[in-house]
Design a protein around this ligand. Structure first.
Ligand SMILES: Cc1cc2nc3c(=O)[nH]c(=O)nc-3n(C[C@H](O)[C@H](O)[C@H](O)COP(=O)(O)O)c2cc1C
Length: 210
């Protein structure tokens, strides 16, 4: 029987099939799993190479005027994680918890700097970069937390950074449980925890459209 005979015959009789091959995770799965994670399993050590794989997405994403002003400092457990940890704030909406819990601290970080300060295009690039890097991390079975609340001066000094740091991305193997809660736009947007589950309110689609 000729190669592909049955497939060709099938096409003749039933018309051409539209086959959507799913490779890996769907975007929806990645987005759902891409939760801001403030507790990590320290038995899993994130290597510099893993951080580099995450940063590599920046060679493929868009950039305002294609300036590509972002630069990345990779920090692992052995190269100064403690100095980052001392200078970032986590979970400001849950001050009573003092996150992260002892023994669950992140130990790998990507410090994102800009060669062009924090102008509008640099900040848009920053958001795109952070989100894409987070999705890559989730695809690799890791989790992240974007941190905007950090001591810029101390981080700059600690790593002798030549450019302004705009954000820190914590990376690790998360050990938290999450649940997205659909809300109305006028309800509280504050995240909360109950019985070990971290709930994240998200405004319903119908109320996002103008
Ligand atoms: C630009 C930006 C800055 C953030 N800064 C912090 C921060 O400094 N500390 C922190 O714990 N979470 C920070 N977050 C995480 C948000 O609190 C989180 O995105 C929000 O609670 C919704 O949860 P979700 O990311 O799981 O959807 C930041 C998120 C973004 C996008």
């Amino acid at each position: 029987m000729a190669d592909n005979y049955l497939e060709k015959r099938y096409d003749e009789v039933f018309g051409k099939k539209t086959v959507i091959r799913r490779v890996g995770h769907t975007l929806d799965e990645l987005l759902t799993r891409n939760r801001s994670t403030r507790g990590y399993n320290k038995d899993f050590v994130v290597s510099e190479d893993m951080l580099r794989q995450i940063v590599s997405v920046n060679t493929k994403i868009g950039s305002g005027c294609n300036r590509q002003v972002l630069r990345f400092k990779l920090v692992t457990k052995d190269t100064g994680a403690d100095k980052v940890l001392q200078n970032i704030k986590m979970g400001a909406a849950l001050p009573e918890l003092h996150l992260p819990f002892p023994g669950t601290e992140p130990e790998a970080f990507i410090i994102v700097c800009s060669t062009a300060g924090d102008d509008k295009l640099a900040l848009i690039d920053l958001g795109m970069s952070l989100q894409t890097m987070s999705l890559r991390a989730v695809e690799m079975g890791l989790n992240t937390l974007i941190v905007g609340a950090f001591n810029k001066t101390k981080i700059c000094e600690a790593f002798d950074l030549p450019f302004d740091p705009l954000a820190v991305l914590c990376v690790g193997k998360g050990n938290e449980r999450f649940q997205i809660v659909p809300i109305h736009a006028d309800e509280s947007h504050a995240y909360y925890r109950r019985e070990g589950v971290h709930y994240i309110p998200k405004v319903r689609l119908e109320e996002l459209e103008l």
